[in-house]
Design a protein around this ligand. Structure first.
Ligand code: FES
Length: 105
């Protein structure tokens, strides 16, 4: 007999960090977006609830706002420009609020 299936799909949301580097001109990678990506991944890992990551952080190709990088996009939510290390918790809070709004407990 197989164990009962959890009928509630895992709730999570994806946050993309542009890590594109342009040869000429301004780009997110040129504004240290890879450091933002790594720090955001670590911070999201610290917020894992009951073994499930609520926020999945992924690298992204160019988002078309190269002069305003680093750029971070919450899928289905806010778009952040000129992101700094001080903004990481604000981004994760916004993502988690979006999850809660979509699927209130
Ligand atoms: S390089 Fe990041 S938006 Fe274009």
């Amino acid at each position: 007999m197989s164990p009962p299936m959890d009928d509630k799909p895992e709730r999570h949301i994806t946050v993309y960090v542009c890590t594109n580097l342009r040869v000429s001109g301004s780009s997110c990678a040129g504004h240290k977006s890879k450091a933002i990506l790594r720090a955001l991944e670590r911070r999201a890992d610290e917020r894992v609830v009951e073994g499930h990551a609520l926020v999945h952080v992924r690298p992204s190709v160019c988002m078309g706002y190269c002069g305003d990088g680093p750029n971070v996009k919450i899928i289905g939510g806010d778009f952040f420009h000129r992101v700094k290390m001080d903004d990481l918790d604000t981004i994760l809070d916004a993502a988690e609020h979006l999850i809660a709004a979509k699927d209130p407990a």
